[in-house]
Design a protein around this ligand. Structure first.
Ligand code: GDP
Length: 369
């Protein structure tokens, strides 16, 4: 029987066709997806940096750290254009073994310097351990509680890719960007384990070495070269019943420093004790640092050291590129292990093997990208 609803004469309740059921996948989701960040042009990067825009600065630093050639090309242009705005800062290297109190100290030092001198502070790091662990133990924002939320500070962890030389170069380039963005105080932190100090020393105006009072023979563990680089040695944790020990350690360091030849700067490195945790002796440390800066600016050494550093970085960059170009060359890569084996088995000498590899490289010299 026909359903009465189908008759035109039917006046009762009818069931509407209803609306189409929505798909289980939200079709608007695509639209809501975060748009891909637009890549700035070189001009936009430079403009943003010079205006002091920290977001643009961060993105530019990410480019500097990137291993992609297209990012490197832009980064190099941005650095070049920022160069005229850079250089107007005080750069301070801070080194110490893990546990020496670097994070605690930098937090306190940073606040002190900002309060006393005004301006803006960037904290960068060179951490060779990050190369292997892919995680940086330095420069982590959370380690510097107060500074990380300070409106005048910019904290950036260590770049992680590449050799120590590569990591250090990136940090040096980041210094240029930070200075162009108006950061007139730069801290470069590193772990006191050897080579990384040399890298930091080659980009700062003052090198501060944090030490701890130990068993009385604290000088043993420190490499002579590192002590020679220091413009100031500061003994941390001079608090509680550690005060006397810290004073004793300071005396040992002072004596040891006398044995070194007088530094080129004409400045006698100072040794001070302090407590980062309790904020004791901070003022004296920064009086010393700024006294040094005045001293070397007056005698011309400040300028001289910066020029020497620029020269050093030109050669470092050349060396790094040559090394990478050599070891990344496919012919070399395939020969290297074989040559190494020949040397180890006494079938050839180190020199002949090296010569053959170099000959191969220069014969198939890749064209410059
Ligand atoms: P870093 O590894 O060099 O960054 O060292 P940290 O700043 O993380 O400090 C290592 C440990 O030493 C932490 O437990 C700090 O609380 C402690 N510490 C840092 N500065 C002082 C200080 O001035 N006095 C004392 N007693 N302890 C400190």
């Amino acid at each position: 029987m026909e359903h009465p609803e189908n008759s035109d004469a039917y006046k009762g309740l009818t069931v509407n066709k209803g609306i189409e059921q929505p798909s289980i996948v939200n079709p608007y989701l695509k639209l809501r997806k975060k748009p891909k960040r637009r890549q700035f042009s070189v001009g936009e990067y430079v403009e943003g940096i010079v205006k002091g825009d920290v977001t643009v600065l961060s993105q530019a630093v990410t480019l500097v750290e990137s291993v992609k050639p297209e990012h490197q090309t832009i980064a190099q242009e941005v650095i070049e254009k920022c160069l005229p705005y850079s250089g107007n800062s005080v750069r301070i290297g801070i080194s110490g073994v893990p546990g020496a109190g670097k994070s605690t100290s930098i937090d306190v030092f940073g606040l002190h310097v900002l309060e006393k001198k005004g301006g803006k502070l960037a904290v960068l790091a060179i951490d060779p351990s990050s190369e292997r662990s892919k995680g940086s133990i330095l420069g982590d924002k959370t380690r510097m509680e107060k500074l990380s939320v300070h409106p005048k500070s910019f904290i950036r962890p260590s770049p992680s890719a590449g050799s120590l030389g590569g990591v250090a170069r990136k940090t040096r380039e980041t210094i240029i960007l930070c200075e162009a963005a108006g950061f007139d105080k730069i801290f470069v932190e590193t772990v006191g384990v050897g080579q990384s100090e040399t890298a930091v020393h080659s980009m700062v105006d003052f090198f501060l070495l944090i030490q701890l009072a130990g068993t009385g023979d604290e000088l043993q563990g420190i490499k002579r070269g590192i002590m020679e680089m220091a413009d100031g040695i500061i003994i941390n944790k001079a608090d509680g019943n550690n005060i006397e020990k810290a004073k004793l350690a300071a005396a040992h360091f002072r004596n040891a420093l006398h044995l070194f030849p007088a530094p080129e700067s004409g400045w006698t490195p100072q040794v001070l004790t302090y407590s980062g945790f309790y904020g004791i002796g901070i003022e004296e440390i920064w009086d010393m640092v700024f006294r040094y800066i005045d001293f070397v600016k007056a005698n011309g050494y400040f300028e001289h050291r910066r020029n020497e550093q620029s020269k050093y970085w030109m050669y470092e960059t050349i060396n790094e590129h040559l090394r990478n170009s050599f070891y990344n060359n496919p012919d070399i890569a395939s020969m290297l292990l074989e040559k190494e084996r020949e040397v180890l088995e006494g079938r050839t000498t180190s020199f002949t093997a090296a010569r053959k590899l170099l000959d191969t490289y220069f014969k198939h010299l890749p064209s410059w990208e």
